[in-house]
Design a protein. Structure first.
Lengths: 442, 296
């Protein structure tokens, strides 16, 4: 019997078209657009000027607080503009535009770094490296990693959980990374275990990624403290709280963090970025992005420089096919629709999904028939139909007392609703207002 | 038979007497004094309970009026100067006279001039679609067309024009309570002085983008060219972030700016038509000819 979380959950079809495609290096973009707010927290502060020449990996925007992070230039080139450019929602956000110097040596060569297992830095130096390298949670939440790793003394840390679940349909970025960079990820785990310090690490991988499980099992054969846990396929297992529940049978308290139950969770992508930063001092400049869709000519996984416009990626995979309705930043469950293809890849973009007409259209909304399916599938044990009604009617106090803020926005409720009700839209809206009301009260 | 009728009548009468006594005693014992003026003032107020004054309902506003020393800051936009004068004379307090205002929609981006580049499928309310993304067109400042303002209006003074997908204010019915201003997530609706015969000149655009981008998104967008600023004799026009704004206090309604605007983004209302050029957007005649349709 494989492990999984107990409450709720759904089984959307995987559609992992690109799971056998090797991660290719994406060609050098001519222009990169780097937003200064790519993470949760305070936007970074720009420290370059227009017409300034920047080197690859140079800090172009520095951290402006504890919950903030540095942003590095992904290419060598010249800063051409500091302008407001639309993000995937269509609102204009401050960005740094850099024109790539196509003759620069550092841009042209991509060094393949050898595996370096020896840990030479002290824990303090390791944390400093992670903080300086601008590493954020690459699973999608983009929470600055150094904040997650700064464990307060009164909290007892027992276990490091590595999130290799990737429960979103279509996306295969983490899956490919786990197969291709298994040894590096294991070294990354050892670095964190040494620095935190913690004696136990568990890698959680869903059962549909058998080759990734195999390669981790073979690499960690002689490691007593690193376990590989095989999980039953179920969405949203990649969510921190659900993963902790599945692996350790511990429930993260309401409004709490996994740290409250002695766990720190990191995504495999983040672990690889930490490995690179600590062993080779390479800042976070690129990430794995899955460009996929059923009708695409050539869906693939790529190493993409942060700031590469999405249109370049689309062009590379053969252009937008006929009958496309929607482009999504992320997976089909939690991803957000993209308004324009000028939008750049950010630290949190794990995939670009091209959805065709028949898949994208939402059915006609009908009345709630009180079937209770949404309550059954909610992994947080909430009552989505009630929360929707409350936020639709503006009863925010009641919505707050019904724990609207604990919703993880996984979209399972909207997925199962037979009446096609926009449950998550309204819950998100209610959450936003309740959050503002609670902040105002403080 | 008669006895049972008698018993029940007696029982009910005695019950009634006991209840009356209890109620009398309780009402004397727990009597709360309320200033009779409050009820009197409440009677004068329009009983719209719209919240336009800032208080939750007319009763609360009446209490505030009676209990506050200086009521010159308080104003009932629905009742207007007449009601406030009446209240002031009843209470023996001073009240400031205010120019009546009316809501104006500062966006002209109809489907024709502001082309849709994306399609939105989801709950049709402005608040949610504004949270999810910037709208179906390339203009992130303009009207979303889902009618939150119309739903917020308690006086049926707004309706959605189905052709342009923009809200229209029926100035006669508008009480300037400000509910629509609150409801609009893009802050398109502004309260401007009504002036004589409802004459108004204002910039019907909120686009802060640079000229090229703004013009590409919408044909009637303000491009911040400052032609209006140059022509204005009273310095009433300021340009901030590529967007012109006409100060209603300084503006003398000379309409010089309207004719120089290259994108026709300055709106004039209710002026008699000039010789040939008719740029009137929302005349009353226009409003009356189109049957108001509620779009809930």
């Amino acid at each position: 019997m494989l492990k999984t979380f107990s409450k709720g959950g759904i089984h959307p079809s995987g559609n992992k078209i690109t799971s056998t495609k090797e991660i290719k290096r994406f060609p050098l973009p001519k222009v990169v657009v780097v937003p200064i707010s790519q993470h949760i927290g305070i936007p970074s502060e720009i420290i370059v000027e227009v017409k300034e020449k920047v080197k690859k990996g140079q800090i172009i925007a520095k951290s402006s607080g504890f919950v903030s992070t540095n942003i590095h230039s992904p290419v060598a080139g010249t800063v051409t503009k500091l302008d407001k450019i639309i993000d995937s929602r269509g609102y204009k956000k401050q960005c740094i535009v850099i024109r790539t110097d196509l003759k620069d040596v550092s841009n042209l060569e991509e060094i393949e770094y050898a595996l370096k297992e020896e840990i030479t830095l002290t824990p303090k130096e390791i944390f400093q490296r992670i903080s300086d390298s601008g590493i954020v949670g690459l699973g999608g939440a983009t929470f600055p990693s150094h904040v997650k790793l700064s464990v307060k003394e009164d909290k007892k840390l027992e276990c490091l959980v590595i999130n290799g679940v990737e429960c979103e349909p279509y996306l295969t970025a983490d899956h490919r990374l786990m197969i291709e960079k298994t040894r590096e990820i294991v070294v990354g785990i050892k670095i964190l275990m040494y620095a935190l310090p913690v004696n136990k690490a568990i890698i959680g991988i869903e059962n549909d990624k058998k080759n990734a499980i195999q390669s981790f099992l073979s690499v960690t054969k002689n490691e007593k403290n690193i376990d590989v846990a095989v999980l039953k396929v179920k969405y949203p297992q990649g969510s921190e709280k659900q993963l902790v529940k599945a692996l350790l049978k511990r429930e993260v308290p309401k409004n709490g963090l996994p740290l409250d139950v002695g766990v720190v969770v990191h995504n495999v992508g983040t672990i690889f970025a930490i490995y690179q930063a600590v062993q080779y001092n390479i800042p976070l400049m690129e990430r794995v992005v899955t460009v996929t869709g059923k009708k695409l000519e050539n869906p693939s996984n790529y190493w993409v420089k942060i700031g590469t416009p999405i249109k370049d990626l689309i062009k590379e995979v053969g252009g937008i096919p006929e009958g496309t309705r929607k482009l999504v930043n992320g997976g089909p469950m939690m991803g957000k629709a993209i308004k324009s293809t000028d939008v750049p890849i950010t630290k949190g973009t794990s995939g670009i999904l091209v959805i065709s007409e028949d898949e994208a259209s939402r059915g006609e909304q009908q009345n709630c028939i009180r079937c209770g399916k949404c309550v059954y599938v909610c992994p947080m044990g909430l009552e989505p139909y009630l929360l929707m009604n409350l936020s639709e009617k503006g009863m925010y106090e009641k919505a707050f007392s019904e724990d609207i803020l604990t919703c993880i926005e996984c979209g399972s409720c909207s997925y199962v609703c037979p009446s096609n009700r926009p449950l998550l839209d309204f819950i998100r809206f209610g959450k936003e207002i309740v959050k503002n009301l609670q902040n105002a009260k403080k | 038979m008669t006895v049972s009728v008698l018993y029940s009548v007696l029982l009910l009468v005695s019950l009634g007497i006991i209840a009356a006594v209890v109620l009398f005693v309780v009402s004397k014992k727990f009597y709360v004094y309320e200033n009779p003026l409050i009820a009197e003032v409440e009677e004068m107020l329009p009983s719209a309970n719209c919240g336009g004054c800032g208080s939750p309902g007319c009763k609360a506003f009446a209490e505030k009026l009676v209990n506050t020393e200086d009521i010159s800051d308080l104003f009932c936009p629905v009742g207007g100067n007449d009601v406030m004068k009446l209240v002031a004379s009843t209470l023996g307090k001073e009240v400031a006279e205010k120019d009546p205002t009316v809501a104006v929609v500062r966006c002209q981006g109809s489907c024709e001039v502001r082309r849709k580049t994306t399609e939105y499928q989801g709950p049709r309310t402005c608040a949610i679609s504004a949270m999810i993304y910037s709208g179906e067109t390339d203009c992130q400042y303009g009207c979303l067309g889902d009618g939150d303002c119309v739903a917020a209006c308690k006086f049926d003074a707004m309706y959605m024009n189905e052709e342009t997908e923009l809200p229209v204010v029926i100035t006669d019915k508008c009480t300037s309570c400000g509910a629509c201003v609150e409801a609009c997530p893009k802050d398109i609706i502004e309260m401007r002085p009504k002036n004589k015969r409802d004459l108004k000149v204002f910039v019907g655009c909120l686009n802060e983008d640079k000229a090229g981008i703004a013009k590409k998104a919408c044909d009637v967008a303000c491009i911040g060219c400052s032609k209006c600023q140059d022509v204005c004799p009273k310095d009433a026009i300021s340009i901030v972030n590529n967007l012109a704004y006409i100060d209603p206090v300084l503006c003398t309604l000379c309409r010089k700016c309207v004719s120089v605007c290259p994108t026709h983004s300055i709106i004039e209302t209710n002026f008699p038509p000039k010789k040939e050029k008719i740029v009137i957007k929302k005349t009353e005649a226009n409003v009356k000819s189109v049957k108001p349709q509620k779009n809930a």
